[in-house]
Design a protein. Structure first.
Length: 294
């Protein structure tokens, strides 16, 4: 029965399990993540495996995830501050301290699915931070498939955006998302989101349902960072606005901004990250078929 150390994070409500990646194959990572995400074990919306020395994050299905990246930023800040408290030395990695408390920690990691490094800036003190992920935006054509339906293909994940003025939120989001993935040929994507979005009383809101192919998960998420990024890209392309605050189902907002660093187009996705739990979990050697994540 494998024993794994874990951190359980809540980046805006998108509960994320992070495990050490040491000597665990991608196939075993996927199996262990599915077992851990079961409600009878740790539960959560997604899981990833983090190598703290190499500063690499691989999601359970090899997909790209903004919120897990932000959780990794908080974990690096937490570990740096913990180590500094033990040794009495200053925090490394671009950190700033005041009165012995970590205020700002910056670092860069590589994340599965995304081609370029992601810069992370964490501000706060355990167990609560705000973390911004800054990343380079590659060429991502935005396709209009039908009235009120747009597809944004990001590296490592794609998102189908449904304008709720045209496509109201269905009673059964899981069935509707399955139908839409089939209709638009997204069933073989490594990861795909179906997002119903709207602007209500001047506030942008979104409801994301994300499918990860290799992990076999379908999750109506409390927050989706890559989905917020995709929605922001679509709205920015349609007008002059470059910054958006997008309310997530979990009750917090993700702030998305676009800017240029020289000739490179960049985006920042910022929001709260909270440490919920840490410890050790004992997982079964084999995973029995279950509908818990279907």
């Amino acid at each position: 029965m494998p024993a794994l150390c874990f951190f359980k994070w809540s980046p805006g409500g998108n509960t994320t399990l992070l495990f050490p990646a040491d000597n665990v194959s991608p196939q075993e990572q996927t199996r262990l993540a599915v077992a851990a995400l079961d409600a009878t074990m740790l539960g959560g919306e997604q899981a990833g495996f983090f190598n703290a020395l190499q500063k690499t994050l691989r999601m359970a299905g090899g997909e790209f995830c903004v919120n897990a990246s932000r959780a990794a930023g908080a974990m690096l800040a937490y570990c740096a501050a913990t180590d500094a408290a033990k040794t009495g030395e200053s925090v490394q990695g671009g950190a700033v301290q005041q009165a012995g408390k970590l205020l700002v920690y910056e670092d860069t990691i590589q994340v599965s699915g995304w081609e370029t490094p992601i810069h992370l800036r964490a501000r706060g003190v355990a167990p609560q931070w705000r973390v911004e992920a800054e990343l380079q935006i590659p060429a991502c054509p935005i396709a209009s498939l039908d009235k009120g339906v747009q597809l944004v293909r990001l590296p490592g994940i794609c998102h189908l955006l449904l304008d709720a003025r045209v496509h109201s939120q269905p009673e059964d989001c899981f069935a509707a998302a399955s139908t839409l993935r089939h209709r638009y040929g997204l069933e073989d994507e490594a990861a795909s989101g179906v997002i119903w979005w709207q602007e209500r009383q001047g506030r942008l809101t979104m409801l994301p349902l994300v499918h990860v192919r290799d992990a076999g998960t379908n999750c109506l998420e409390n927050a989706c960072g890559s989905g917020a990024l995709a929605l922001g890209m679509t709205l920015a392309a349609a007008g002059a606005q470059t910054a958006f605050s997008i309310m997530q189902p979990g009750g917090t907002a993700l702030d998305v901004r676009f800017y240029c660093d020289g000739h490179v187009r960049m985006a920042g996705i910022d929001g709260p990250v909270v440490l919920l739990a840490q410890g050790t979990v004992w997982l079964p050697d084999t995973q029995e078929p279950s509908g818990a994540l279907a």
